[in-house]
Design a protein around this ligand. Structure first.
Ligand code: B12
Length: 208
């Protein structure tokens, strides 16, 4: 029942309610993993699906994701203590020269909501910066690019991964408005998704 209330609060973007009630459930002795999987993940899946169907827009997704993050902040230390394993670690960032981060942030938030650990490199990442970041260990590298002039940095990053001997051990996914499945195939990426909800399905399909 409490989970239903938390789910509704995530959907309407009530961050304070989510944080307070996550804390309350923890104090009642409910496991952090259970709160995550039953309270925070389902509404993020739902909002992603609604966005895909065109029933909600970017602002609604952003406020839901903000509320989910408020809950995650309370949960994270408990998840670590409980040794709850994330689905995998994803390094995400926009490519070199690109400061469009709204789409990247949405993708990162839904991935986090789905149970992945996210290393967010922010904007304007050179191939070398991506390579450095994945040396810390990651299953997936997710590159976002919104300009036709910046997406050539994606194949350059893939080349840099190859040069560093890391390409075989990591999946590369790409996205952003000018990116297509054909482009992803051409540059030898492992996957492309047109929006944040399908990015979650893609990431899961690549590691599970
Ligand atoms: C907002 C915006 C800006 C803001 C960015 C603010 C910010 N913090 O992000 C500001 C004003 C800074 C900006 C600047 C510029 N912009 Co601008 N911008 C836009 C705009 C209007 C919206 C982009 C957006 O946020 N969309 C909403 C999000 C949710 O969608 P999304 O990014 O596509 O992300 C979704 C998917 O693509 C996917 N996805 C995204 N990343 C990833 C990654 C992975 C791994 C996966 C699987 C999926 C995925 O999932 C996301 C969520 O569903 C677009 C026009 C448009 N309608 O797209 C122009 C647009 C992208 N900009 C454009 C341009 C030209 C510029 C400038 C060069 C303008 C200038 N002359 O200064 C600068 C460049 C700055 C730079 N170096 O990056 C052009 C690009 C043209 C082109 N094809 O190259 C566009 C298309 C406008 C146009 N029609 O001319 N811009």
């Amino acid at each position: 029942m409490e989970f239903d209330e938390i789910q509704q609060a995530v959907l309407r973007g009530d961050a304070a309610f989510v944080a307070e009630n996550v804390e309350l459930l923890l104090n009642q002795g409910i496991a952090a993993g259970e709160i995550l999987n039953l309270g925070l993940v389902p509404p993020m899946v739902e909002i992603g699906n609604l966005y895909e169907k065109g029933e909600v827009y970017v602002p609604e997704m952003l406020i839901a994701a903000h509320a989910m993050k408020a809950g995650m902040q309370v949960l994270r230390p408990e998840l670590v203590k409980a040794g709850v394993e994330p689905l995998g670690r994803i390094v995400i960032g926009t490519v070199q020269g690109d400061i469009h981060d709204i789409g990247k942030n949405l993708v990162a938030m839904l991935l986090e909501g789905a149970g992945f650990e996210i290393v967010d490199l922010g904007v304007d990442n050179s191939p070398e910066q991506f390579v450095e970041a994945v040396k810390g260990g990651a299953q997936i590298i997710a590159m976002s690019g919104m300009l036709t002039t910046t997406i050539p940095s994606m194949p350059r990053t893939i080349q840099a991964l190859k040069d560093a001997g890391l390409r075989e051990q990591i999946k590369v996914i790409v996205g952003g408005a000018p990116v297509t499945q054909a482009f992803a195939d051409e540059i030898d990426a492992d996957g492309y998704a047109p929006d944040a909800a399908s990015a979650v399905r893609l990431a899961k399909s690549l590691i599970i």
